[in-house]
Design a binder for this molecule. Structure first.
Ligand SMILES: [Zn+2]
Ligand SMILES: [Zn+2]
Length: 360
């Protein structure tokens, strides 16, 4: 991806050798997500184009340079099928890392496929090979979990997990999820696994709401059918004895969802904003009604840490029969058709799309 708006270009690079302490993966598949569409429109600041897109990926270890181990200390060797925490550069030495202990806000943090310049190596999954830089955490896929299962969750898996952790869902809660993309769907899953008694999804289009129902949502509202925000708030209140939900998770990306979601929240409830990954503009809330008098807790949720990736994979391995993540993979594309994948993602004709370099 050479620049915002420019067609994707296929480029040839010398095969990488692992740096000391690093590795090289032969890419099995990499996801396509809404972030890639945003990147292509230049909606993210600080992106060092040209980049190789693809931040969450699965590959087979081709070569390591020195011993590599997973977080449990077990060696990772050539032939292992792994994913990796797609972040590098977090310094562990700055104020954000050490004092605030908010590693996702470290100014040195770089993300594969997003803020990794192509000039620094094969640091994106839309490529035959991926360089694992020294220090990047590799995670073996657990027994019984295929790359398609994991990538059906994709970056939405740890992101949805993180959002639900932030929300502090309690057993018996009613949770509303605004947005039925991968983050929203995974939030709906993890809300159930956290003990929510009822999960309501508000989103579009129909195929994604059908997926939400298959994934256990108790009810789903199509915003294409109920276009009036007041009607959508009423829909939630009708299902919560008029009170509103204990927890509302915003995973839609539309700023207007925030005041609407605060209307859906009960007094004393918790509201988590995870969908505003790019700057979609402003929204107006009423501080008296929405925050102060409501006694609301409002939380942001930026990125995820290795901990979220590790634990969400463990949950996926245990619950993969109940929640069919792999069925969220709607289409696969060879590298040459990555531009089509972006276009299909943009018009929401796919839930999750994969780039599969070797099928080309
Ligand atoms: Zn730092
Ligand atoms: Zn993603």
């Amino acid at each position: 991806m050479t620049a915002p708006g420019a067609p994707l270009e296929l480029a040839r690079r010398p095969a990488p050798r692992p740096r000391p302490g690093g590795a090289v993966l032969e890419t099995i598949a990499s996801e396509v997500c809404g972030t890639d569409v945003h990147l292509h429109h230049g909606r993210l600041s600080g992106v060092p184009y040209p980049i190789i897109p693809g931040h969450v990926s699965v590959g087979r270890v081709a070569e390591t340079n020195g011993p590599l181990a997973d977080v449990d200390g077990r060696p990772v060797v050539a032939g292992d099928v792994v994913t990796f925490y797609d972040v590098y550069g977090v310094c562990g030495a700055c104020w954000h890392c050490l004092v605030a202990r908010s590693a996702t806000r470290c100014p040195h943090r770089r993300v594969y496929g997003i803020t990794a310049p192509a000039s620094e190596g094969l640091l994106g999954g839309w490529s035959d090979a991926i360089e694992i830089l020294p220090g990047v955490r590799v995670a073996r896929l657990p027994q019984g979990l295929d790359p398609e299962d994991f990538l059906g969750g994709g970056c939405g898996l740890p992101t949805g997990f993180h959002a639900i952790e932030r929300a502090g869902v309690a057993m018996g809660d009613t949770v509303v999820v605004q947005g039925s993309g991968p983050v929203g769907l995974n939030a709906a899953i993890f809300a159930q696994l956290s003990g929510a008694a009822s999960v309501l999804v508000v989103g579009a289009p129909r195929a994604r709401l059908d997926a939400a129902r298959r994934l256990g949502a108790d009810d789903a509202l199509d915003i294409g059918e109920v276009r009036d925000p007041a009607g959508r708030v009423r829909w939630v209140r009708d299902r919560t004895s008029g009170r509103g939900a204990d927890v509302v998770v915003e995973a839609s990306g539309n700023p207007a969802a925030v005041p609407e979601g605060l209307e859906m929240l009960r007094d004393g409830g918790r509201y988590v904003v995870v969908g505003q990954y790019t700057d979609g503009g402003d929204a107006t809330i009423n501080p008296h009604r929405h925050v102060n008098r409501k006694h609301a807790t409002i939380l942001g949720c930026w990125g995820y840490e290795f901990s979220h990736l590790h634990r969400s994979i463990a949950m996926m391995a245990k619950h993969r029969e109940r929640f069919r993540w792999r069925e969220l993979v709607t289409r696969e594309y060879p590298l040459e058709r990555a531009g089509d994948a972006l276009a299909d993602m943009e018009r929401l004709s796919v839930v999750k799309a994969l780039i599969r370099p070797k099928s080309s």
